[in-house]
Design a protein around this ligand. Structure first.
Ligand SMILES: Nc1ncnc2c1ncn2[C@@H]1O[C@H](COP(=O)(O)OP(=O)(O)OP(=O)(O)O)[C@@H](O)[C@H]1O
Length: 208
């Protein structure tokens, strides 16, 4: 979908707090992201970047505060949010016994998507067009990361949440990440320890 036809999107987090047991990780994080103005999330190891991304994705429920996503005029429900968000996280386990094409076919079915063509074009977009039928077990670290990015793009979500997306990628892979961050039609949040990656974003917050 191109930017002219895509509805406007706004992802907002208000006063987000998170505790793991007695340990307070996020203390009152507020943010707002719209299409075309990507937001980087920086902070030291263990400061809560990944936690914040998962809260925004709806994978984790925060201890306090709220997240809301508006697409067009519609406030997206918490249950529906996963269908509107593409999440790239190092925690995403891939099935080694599936091929890249089968991985996306499987996800397409799970997500209720049908068009087979999107699978191949998505693999081509991440540079795996010629490895579609190879098993994930034979993929290198960077190829697996490209496949994770493909899983996030498959349903053409209006929101992309990227957690350390370029950490294992080569120069062309980092260019791919840069092109995704700069897409004017998506709202993008990028959690990273890499200053060059963070600099791709117009806005920045830091968690400590
Ligand atoms: N499931 C969990 N149970 C308990 N503590 C957790 C859990 N997940 C994360 N934490 C803790 O929350 C804190 C933040 O972790 P998180 O992964 O969000 O940090 P991060 O900023 O992304 O770190 P890094 O830069 O190392 O990727 C850490 O202290 C971590 O130990």
């Amino acid at each position: 979908m191109n930017g002219e036809t895509r509805p406007k999107v706004r992802l907002r987090g208000r006063d987000i707090t998170m505790h793991y047991g007695f340990r307070a990780i996020l203390r009152g994080i507020s943010l707002e992201v719209r299409e075309g103005t990507p937001l980087s999330v920086t902070g030291p190891n263990g400061s809560g970047k990944s936690t914040l991304v998962k809260v925004l994705a709806g994978v984790l429920t925060p201890t306090g505060g709220s997240v809301d996503l508006t697409v067009g005029e519609t406030l997206v429900s918490a249950d529906e949010r996963a269908h509107r968000v593409g999440l790239v996280t190092p925690d995403l386990a891939l099935y080694p016994q599936l091929s890249a094409r089968e991985t996306l076919d499987f996800l397409a079915r799970v997500r209720g998507l049908t068009p087979e063509a999107d699978v191949l074009s998505t693999l081509a977009r991440v540079g795996l067009g010629d490895r579609a039928d190879d098993y994930v077990s034979t993929f290198s670290t960077g190829m697996r990361q490209r496949l994770r990015i493909a899983t996030a793009l498959l349903h053409d979500p209006p929101v992309l949440l990227l957690d350390e997306p370029g950490a294992t990628l080569d120069a062309s892979g980092r260019d791919l990440v840069a092109s995704l961050v700069r897409e004017p039609s998506r709202a993008v949040v990028l959690a990273t320890n890499d200053p060059e990656e963070a600099a791709l974003c117009a806005d920045q917050i830091s968690v400590v």
